[in-house]
Design a protein. Structure first.
Lengths: 311, 423
């Protein structure tokens, strides 16, 4: 597969055929994960820096495992409590890290645009592991990959994104990826958790969860940040759970065999009922394993590509 | 400076003229000599007045100081500038005002003239009135809480009343912070796409409405700083039709750029109020043409480039404006959006009227404050070519039209040189 990207900043830089090729490649990498010896020498001698300036368990572990399964060396930076957590001196930190000659830097940051900022200032590849409310491209790719394995394509498929859209990088990236692949995307959330200017977005907006679930093929339930209630966007978590918590009865309105997804970590009993999160229609754990395959694929592409790179 | 000097073959309002200067005064502006070989090359304008700058001294001299700010003003064509009170310490007492004035007199004894704006509230905290009489006596020429909004309408009322017997203008920075907590750019399609906290346009306009009602109720003048939104223009138009004594300014960046300018997270285009929609830009253009917005000002807000080199939400607000203001406005003249007469009204006559300065109308006896501008030349603002320490402008490294050849204040060049006189 030809790969001409220097960085992975957001889904909008990828074409739909690139995404589908990436999914096909990811199926080969997923096979490695089911072997008794889960390691190949593909990226031996390459170094990947994990710069997580915001708390993260699964994304960071997922990148770490993905790199190690391909024999790349990974180095994590502890940033909790440091000035970097507030985003200070990101340029200096980046230049310092670059001087250590990594082949790629995986960055998670609380500020929208932080990954792109680093990419503009550094020559090594930057992989965005989530920047503020802006983008989380590897999450969208793994969500798409989980569904792709199941469906083989996105024609006539409808996916509902449920929850806090306004403050969600997962939502922004999922919307871009799923609509690019031809799926219909629905959003459902209270007005205070929806962006105000949705006219140009390829989505249909619902404020009633029953209506939103009718006939969908999958529901991606988003994590509700509990501080949204404190900042006055919601009257109470109880009211949110009552109006927007996903339950079995909602899934009964969906199309036969519809799947339940969640990027994690879940607030069970608030945005999602535990029974359906753990039920047979849940794709939540497959999302986690798809994440490793997708990140292996991306690291492979970024660290072995010799084609001319453009930004 | 004594003796007389003839500046020949310059263009004043489209006419070839000779300008005769006697000492620090204009002696005569008369029709030029036809056939002058240099005829028509240079445009003559009165010296510009900028009622809204931030010179950062005392306290943040790594961004700008009074000397570098005045140097930028001189090369930018300004004969007088006003500096806001949000220094560290705040200009809320005579000691700070006097320090500012003496630093200016030392660094630029011939000008541009510097008029400090005193704080409206103590420490700009918006709680207690600043000692306005003390500030006025020390040399403050206006009062403002600029940089920090005054959400307390009661305090704003008392400030207008208390300052009224000093007959000095009050300038308000209109923003309702509760509508825009930690806002980064305008709330709109761009902020939603980029995932940035948005500032709704009404955060400005709600405060404009309040200020208009206060000015109307008290029948006292009030000047509204950096107006950027259509809704604000509509309110000001309504107020002026009713005879409310409000005046308003906008800045070159609100005439030129919309929120699309930040679409790649460009921190150089981050400013408060944030750049508005295309519709706001066209409303602001119309408002300056029709006089609903009275004047232009730079809101010169210099920052060190390293401070701007950060993810946009963490970068400070502000655009450095003194070096580029006239060139940026000239692009609007070239595009037929403004005329040269508009520039004179917006940068000279208007500010002189609102802030009580004597400007140069090129009548005998007027102060010889004028500039010669070469519209055929171009230049590129770069860290080297800009005089301000603040290199933070969206037009950094982009070519701009026009060069100032001479900035003459009270008959003496403060930037450039007199053109050679014909033998």
């Amino acid at each position: 597969m030809e790969w001409a990207h220097k960085d992975l900043l957001s889904v909008d830089q990828l074409t739909s055929s690139e995404i589908l090729e990436l999914f096909q490649l990811a199926q080969n990498f997923e096979e490695i994960n089911s072997r008794p010896v889960k390691k190949t020498p593909t990226l031996k001698g390459k170094s990947v820096l994990l710069l997580f300036a915001e708390p993260s368990t699964r994304t960071k572990t997922s990148f770490d495992i993905a790199a190690k399964r391909l024999s790349a060396d990974t180095f994590s930076l502890a940033t909790k409590g440091s000035s970097l957590e507030k985003g200070e001196d990101l340029k200096d930190t980046g230049l310092t890290l670059q001087a250590m000659q990594p082949d790629a830097i995986v960055i998670r940051h609380s500020q929208s645009g932080a990954a792109g900022f680093l990419a503009r200032h550094l020559q090594c590849s930057i992989l965005n592991a989530g920047d503020g409310w802006h983008a989380h491209p590897t999450q969208a790719l793994l969500d798409g990959f989980s569904l792709y394995k199941l469906w083989g394509g996105f024609r006539d498929k409808t996916i509902l994104l449920l929850g806090d859209i306004a403050h969600s990088r997962v939502a922004r990236s999922d919307i871009e990826l799923l609509s690019k692949l031809g799926a219909d995307v629905r959003l459902c959330a209270p007005r205070t958790l929806l962006p105000r200017h949705l006219a140009d977005w390829p989505v249909t907006v619902y404020t009633d969860l029953d209506e939103a679930c009718r006939g969908v093929d999958a529901v991606q339930c988003l994590r509700l940040q509990l501080e949204r209630q404190q900042s006055g966007l919601l009257p109470s978590l109880r009211e949110y759970a009552t109006r927007f918590g996903l339950r079995k009865r909602h899934m009964e309105l969906a199309r036969e065999g519809a799947r339940v997804m969640h990027p994690g970590p879940m607030n069970k009993g608030i945005e999602i009922d535990p029974d359906i999160a753990e039920g047979s229609d849940s794709l939540i754990l497959d999302q986690v394993s798809s994440g490793i395959a997708i990140r292996m694929t991306l690291l492979y592409l970024f660290l072995t590509s010799t084609t001319q790179r453009s930004e | 400076m004594s003796g007389s000097r003839i500046i020949q073959g310059v263009v004043w309002q489209g006419q070839l003229c000779d300008c005769i200067v006697e000492g620090d005064r204009i002696s005569e502006l008369r029709p030029g000599t036809a056939g002058d070989p240099r005829g028509g090359e240079l445009v003559l304008l009165p010296g510009l007045i900028d009622c809204h700058t931030h010179l950062r001294e005392p306290g943040q001299e790594h961004k700008e100081n009074i000397t570098s700010g005045l140097a930028a003003a001189a090369s930018g064509g300004f004969s007088s500038i006003f500096c806001m009170a949000n220094t560290k310490p705040v200009n809320d007492n005579a000691a700070v005002t006097r320090t500012i004035l003496s630093t200016a007199a030392e660094g630029h004894p011939r000008g541009p003239a510097l008029y400090p704006v005193g704080a409206l509230s103590h420490g700009l905290a918006g709680k207690e009135l600043a000692p306005m009489h003390e500030l006025a006596r020390a040399g403050c020429a206006a009062f403002s809480n600029d940089g920090v909004p005054v959400p307390d309408s009661g305090l704003m009322r008392r400030a207008l009343e208390y300052s009224s017997d000093l007959r000095l203008p009050v300038i308000d920075h209109c923003e309702d912070p509760s509508l825009a907590p930690e806002g980064v750019i305008s709330e709109g399609p761009v902020s939603d796409r980029l995932g940035l906290r948005g500032v709704p346009s009404i955060s400005e306009s709600i405060q404009v409405a309040r200020d208009i009602l206060l000015a109307s109720y008290l029948d006292l003048p009030l000047h509204l700083a950096h107006i950027s939104r259509r809704e604000s223009v509509e309110l000001i138009n309504w107020a002026k039709n009713k005879g409310v004594p409000v005046t308003a300014e906008t800045c070159p960046h609100y005439l030129l750029w919309s929120e699309e300018r930040v679409a790649e997270y460009d921190p150089l285009a981050k400013v408060n109020p944030p750049l508005g929609s295309e519709d706001d830009v066209s409303a602001i253009r119309q408002a300056v043409r029709e006089g609903v917005i009275d004047i232009l000002a730079t809101d010169h807000a210099p920052h060190a480039l390293f401070e701007k080199e950060a993810p946009i939400s963490l970068a400070p607000n502000g655009i450095s404006g003194l070096d580029t203001a006239l060139s940026l406005c000239w692009t609007l003249v070239q595009d037929g959006i403004l005329t040269q007469q508009d520039l004179v009204r917006l940068w000279c006559r208007g500010p002189a009227r609102i802030f009580g300065l004597r400007d140069n109308g090129f009548n005998p006896g007027d102060p010889a404050d004028f500039i010669l501008f070469d519209p055929r030349e171009t230049w590129i603002p770069t860290p080297e070519s800009m005089r301000s320490r603040g290199k933070n402008t969206p037009c950094l490294n982009r070519e701009l039209p026009g060069r100032i050849r001479l900035n003459c204040r009270q008959g003496t060049p403060i930037y450039g040189e007199f053109p050679p006189e014909a033998a």
